[in-house]
Design a protein around this ligand. Structure first.
Ligand SMILES: C[S@@+](CC[C@H](N)C(=O)[O-])C[C@H]1O[C@@H](n2cnc3c(N)ncnc32)[C@H](O)[C@@H]1O
Length: 456
């Protein structure tokens, strides 16, 4: 779902048509974001935004229904003390004249009524008589009103589909979100926050507990905060500094149970859970003045090593032992990676190979090398930046996310040990190109903050 103002919503619809296909358009929801007219509006005072809803594949798409609100259930009363409980009066007329359903009905008062011209009863004569006998037709307190069907709350479905108009009393408005923002951030209020109730509605319809919510425009972190409180997993992306000043601060409060605003009280949120914070590293490669790819100047040796570990699927863990200078990371207990911007001679490679020995394997990432790689059975040698370039996709129209080396939550150590024991041979694993277990120990380049899960 994407939320946008008037002009942008039209462009967004066209963009989404291109991405998802027109057939996958579900609805354009109107959100009443303001309750009063803006007196300085030149044309019309805009009081709503659009939420454009698309499905990835509409045939398979399902959407949740909403629980009936108190306002909706309060229309049910029990004016005749019916033992079946509260009911509300429903129409017994059809806006079409069907001959078999045009007949007089005698009210308890004795008066007879007919369906008005152009209409007919919804029921046959027999069915109508049956309903009257079962006390399911209401004729008013004095028994002289036109008939109505009694619809019992116990017999109607408890949920209803959401409509395409979301009013501020149901899902909040801009002033509500400003208040929420002030309660969390004080004077450092975010310029364009959304009310938590609005996101709650979106997630209630489109997700179930445990589902993953992605918001690539995190802002002040409303989507993450609401998803977290609702038991959904979430990913937020934010390029501004408010990723730190707002998103992190807010989510810490949510986790610590210190955010009492928004939907907290309504859903009895008390805190818990955790999250990880990652900072996108600068581009590893850049072009020199001759148009050749070279390692970007911002990269110092430690950053380069960490980045290469990430790319090649190794855990970044430089050894502190002077003799193990070549152990920059590992994929198993016996498979290591060594990253250097040097050009390695045949002699240097021979020395490395001897140090690694017959029981271990080493992936060497260097600027260049001389000699034949095949001479060293325990070494695999790759050149930077060639090794990086082969991991990237360039000049394509379709950049689908490849998630092979995304980090995953750490497994209990016993399980890790079991996984590693299953590795047949580190070198063999690499040569066969088998996907590696994701790197979970993030160093400073990729992971800035990891909040320890609190019971989640
Ligand atoms: C309208 S705000 C989102 C507000 C959010 N719904 C809330 O309740 O706080 C849009 C956010 O998207 C961020 N943004 C814009 N372009 C981006 C990009 N390419 N990558 C990541 N974030 C981006 C902006 O910095 C801004 O914080």
């Amino acid at each position: 779902m994407g939320k946008k103002g008037h002009r942008a919503s039209l462009t967004l619809k066209v963009l989404c048509d291109e991405i998802f296909g027109r057939a996958n358009f579900v609805a354009n929801v109107i959100w009443q974001k303001k309750y009063g007219a803006k007196s300085d509006s030149k044309y019309l005072s805009e009081s709503h935004d659009h939420i454009i809803v698309f499905a990835k594949s509409k045939d398979k798409f399902t959407i949740n229904r909403l629980a009936k609100t108190e306002k909706q259930t309060s229309r049910y009363t029990n004016r005749d003390q019916d033992p079946r409980g509260a009911w509300k009066a429903g129409d017994v007329l059809r806006n079409e004249a069907r001959d078999y359903a045009i007949f007089p009905v005698t009210l308890p008062s004795g008066r007879q009524v007919m369906p008005p011209p152009g209409t007919s009863w919804r029921y046959t004569k027999e069915k109508f008589a049956e309903l009257i006998k079962d006390n399911r037709i209401w004729f008013g307190v004095d028994g002289n009103a036109r008939p109505a069907i009694k619809r019992f709350i116990s017999e109607v479905t408890e949920t209803i589909p959401a409509t395409t108009i979301w009013t501020y009393d149901e899902v909040g408005h801009n002033d509500e979100s400003k208040k929420e923002s002030r309660a969390i951030f004080g004077d450092n209020i975010f310029a364009t926050p959304k009310p938590e109730r609005l996101l709650e509605r979106v997630f209630a319809l489109a997700t179930d507990p445990g589902d993953l919510v992605l918001d690539s425009f995190g802002g002040s972190g409303t989507s993450g905060a609401v998803a977290h409180k609702m038991g959904r997993r979430w990913i937020m992306i934010e390029l501004g500094n408010h990723a730190v000043t707002h998103c992190v601060l807010r989510l810490k409060k949510v986790i610590d149970g210190e955010d009492s605003g928004g939907i907290t009280e309504n859903i009895s949120w008390q805190g818990g859970g955790g999250f990880r914070f990652y900072r996108l590293a600068p581009s590893l490669l850049e072009k020199d003045r001759f148009g050749n790819w070279v390692i970007a100047k911002q990269y110092n040796p430690a950053m380069l090593t960490e980045a290469m570990c990430k790319l090649m699927g190794f855990t970044y863990a430089p050894s502190l032992e002077p003799d193990a200078y070549w152990q920059h990371g590992h994929s198993t207990e016996t498979d290591f990676i060594y990253v250097t911007t040097q050009s390695l001679t045949h002699d240097a490679l021979r020395k490395l190979s001897e140090e690694v020995g017959p029981k271990r394997t080493l992936l060497v990432c260097c600027k260049a090398f001389s000699g034949r790689e095949a001479s060293f059975l325990n070494l695999t040698i790759k050149k930077i930046p060639h090794a990086v370039l082969t991991k990237c996709e360039w000049g394509r129209d379709d950049y689908r996310l490849r998630v092979a080396n995304l980090p995953v939550a750490e497994e209990p150590s016993a399980e890790n040990a079991a996984d590693e024991a299953e590795e047949p041979s580190a070198g063999a694993a690499r040569k066969r190109g088998r996907p590696r277990k994701a790197d979970t120990t993030e160093g400073p380049l990729f992971a800035e903050l990891a909040l320890n899960p609190k019971g989640a």
